[in-house]
Design a protein around this ligand. Structure first.
Ligand code: ARG
Length: 247
């Protein structure tokens, strides 16, 4: 207890000295990114990254809330302080690192490619640039196609079809409006579950996920790095992977 100097009567504690006021941070997520971040039938944010963030918040003595944001505007939203971090399967890239800081990596993915059941499209067709490809606008699959197929002249730019989220791309794949969909491996497997679509191959991009934080917010970066370290060394880390079928 902190006493007011010179207060000889009742012993009074300053409200600020109780330490009960936790700082609240808004986490930007994607509503359609199973099993890392998605919105359940009751409208709650759930998923591997969401549970991870809640656990870290508890450990580090902060509060977090979750805000769905369109993927291709999520870094601008972070820079404009509409959100305080992106904890939603964001790949650490050199280009993004020019705009934001990333925590240490916590997960690795490659890019899987899906085609319609019964279609003759192969991974070789996709890699040769002779298939139309759908994916989420602004994601690393789109960047991979741009750099490796469009800029090299293997594929015309209009054969890359970008959607607000990947379930929309998979709908177009099922309907025959696009030949293939490329996306983060585990997530694509979740999105195509129960659909007449299957994985035809994988491109080894070896991408690492990190939490993105504004460059000037070094304190939050330290808080999240420390919390991630605790999480990845706790039995809860394996429990979470089992809960979301990620092993
Ligand atoms: N890992 C890919 C990227 O960083 C796709 C991530 C999409 N994440 C999401 N929450 N929609 O671009």
């Amino acid at each position: 207890a902190v006493l007011f100097a010179g207060c000889t009567g009742t012993q009074t504690e300053t409200p600020a000295a109780t330490g009960s006021e936790k700082q609240t941070y808004i986490i930007g997520i994607d509503a359609e990114y199973p099993n890392f971040t998605f919105i359940d039938k009751d409208g709650n944010a759930v998923g591997f990254d969401v549970d991870s963030a809640k656990w870290i918040a508890e450990q580090q003595g902060i509060e977090v809330t979750f805000q769905p944001v369109a993927w291709d505007s999520i870094i601008p939203a972070l820079q404009a302080k509409k959100i305080d971090m992106v904890y939603a399967g964001m790949t650490i890239t050199d280009e993004r690192k020019e705009k934001v800081n990333f925590t240490n990596p916590y997960w690795t993915v490659n890019q899987d490619v899906a085609a319609r059941e019964g279609s003759s499209v192969t991974l070789d067709d996709v890699l040769a640039g002779s298939a139309t490809i759908g994916t989420q606008r602004g994601c690393t699959a789109a960047i991979w196609v741009e750099e490796n197929l469009i800029e090299t002249g293997k594929m015309p730019a209009e054969n890359l079809k970008q959607y607000d989220n990947t379930p929309l791309a998979v709908n177009d794949l099922e309907a025959g409006r696009v030949d293939a969909v490329m996306y983060d491996d585990l997530v694509l497997k979740d999105i195509i579950a129960g659909k007449s679509v299957h994985i035809i191959g994988s491109v080894e991009t070896n991408e690492q996920f990190g939490i993105a934080i504004r460059k000037d917010d070094v304190e939050l970066l330290n808080t999240m790095n420390e919390g991630l370290g605790k999480l990845m060394n706790d039995p809860y880390w394996d429990e979470l992977q089992a809960k979301y079928n990620m092993a």
